[in-house]
Design a protein around this ligand. Sequence first.
Ligand code: PXP
Length: 240
Amino acid sequence: MAHFLTPRLGVNIDHIATLRQLRGTAYPDLLSAAQIVENSGGEQITVHLREDRRHIQDADVKLLRKELKIPLNLEMAATDEMVRIACQVKPNWSCLVPEKRQELTTEGGLDLKKNFKNLKKAIPWLQKAGVRVSLFVEPSLEAVRLSHELGADAVELHTGRFCKSTSAFELKRIREASLEAKKLGLHAHAGHGLDYENIRFLSSLHLVEEYNIGHSIVCRAVLVGLERAVREMISSMLSP
Ligand code: PXP
């Protein structure tokens, strides 16, 4: 009988913090959101501490680390500042990503060749602190092989191009990159742009161990939660 891998869902809650930062309110409470994920079958919380702190704040990362029962995956640029924070807070995983200030979201995988020296320094530093490291890369054989050479524990395959086209060509790239990761002993994770439809194609490969998904889940939560939110406000209005 074929043995199929059951993938884990990591939920990226950055955009819950985006809503909070938009008005500088105390709500929505990030820890409560993370606990809802935890109680609904999510197996990991993912947050991106950006250099400009546009959504997640340093205190959020510390609180999540202290209170969560499920693993915390901290997405971050491989800068000295971020590596220092990660070594202090010790998330279960650090996912190293490229970061540009002007971008709306992480627009491509890491350029491993260009950043080789810096990554070669940052990865063992994190690992010595007990933090496992994944590298957010384009789904190419070269990127997977370089990630292995750099000593990463996992690759997170950037699914952005696949999500835009859902083409057989892009799906094949992810399949081959996942197989190569497996062959080299690296964990294969994936994320970016995944939604309730395109995830079906990817999970039919049975090769990716973990998906990190944010935007589509937070958007769906707004729709499925709106009716209750309106009813609760009417109830507050009518019972002063
Ligand atoms: N994985 C990584 C490394 C990311 O940078 C992001 C976006 O922050 C995601 C997953 C989640 O992407 P999305 O919000 O499009 O689901």
